[in-house]
Design a binder for this molecule. Structure first.
Ligand code: AP5
Length: 200
């Protein structure tokens, strides 16, 4: 009998460590990592109309409209690799309407991972975060520093990773969190802030 591929959602405040945990989980379980924020940043990088519109909302720390995000995520979930290997969905759903839309398309998770990290830690994680444009890896200047000088020299920072912007992103998160969490409470697994990088 063939096993069904695993389907996981991961949820948490901005910079709570979703991307970091996803890297560890996908290495272990070979799932397809689908990050809504990454999909949006690729649209921005490609200069598409959706990308241009999305950037306006991301600059304000607000949710990008459903008409862009829902189809984008749905199409990625429908790809053969996601269907075959299973998926790890990161940064979606962020609202009741996004959750409902996905359910209507027949996508339901087996597990909902919730990252719980106190707010004062989030700000520190945001401002210290750096990305490696070559490998896509996430670093932190203090908690997960680059391995070599060469990597250190090429690290970049996200346009929305400032102290001012994270306050706006957090506000949006708080507006929607309860509605989303209620939906998945029966399949929720909580990970607390003391989960260290590389410890899962
Ligand atoms: P998105 O890209 O999803 O950003 P986010 O939710 O704010 O989350 P982050 O990517 O900032 O953080 P993370 O939780 O992945 O943390 P990370 O592992 O990097 O979304 C950006 C924007 O796009 C949104 O504001 C919105 O506008 C739009 N958007 C996205 N999805 C949308 C949707 N569904 N609908 C509408 N709009 C949408 O870790 C952070 C830092 O901490 C790193 O430096 C890391 O090294 C460090 N760190 C991680 N874990 C630990 C640890 N245990 N100890 C110490 N340091 C740690």
């Amino acid at each position: 009998e063939e096993r069904q591929p695993l389907k996981i959602m991961i949820y948490g405040a901005p910079a709570s460590g979703k991307g970091t945990q996803c890297e560890l989980i996908t290495n272990k379980y070979n799932l397809v990592h689908i990050a809504a924020g990454d999909l949006l940043r690729s649209e921005i990088a490609a200069g598409t109309d959706n990308g241009k519109l999305a950037k306006e909302f991301m600059d304000k720390g607000q949710l990008v409209p459903d008409k862009i995000v829902v189809m984008m995520v749905k199409e990625r979930l429908m790809q053969p690799d996601s269907q075959q290997y299973g998926w790890l969905l990161d940064g979606y759903p962020r609202s009741l309407s996004q959750a409902t839309a996905l359910k209507e398309f027949g996508f339901e998770p087996d597990i909902f991972i919730l990252l719980e990290v106190p707010e004062e830690i989030l700000v520190e994680r945001v401002v210290g975060r750096r990305m490696d444009p070559v490998t896509g890896r996430i670093y932190h200047l203090k908690y997960s520093p680059p391995e070599t000088e060469e990597i250190a020299a090429r690290l970049t920072q996200r346009f929305d990773d400032t102290k001012e912007k994270v306050v706006l992103r957090l506000h949006t998160h708080h507006q929607n969190a309860e509605a989303v969490l209620t939906l998945y409470k029966d399949i929720t697994v909580k990970l607390l802030k003391n989960v260290q990088v590389n410890s899962i």
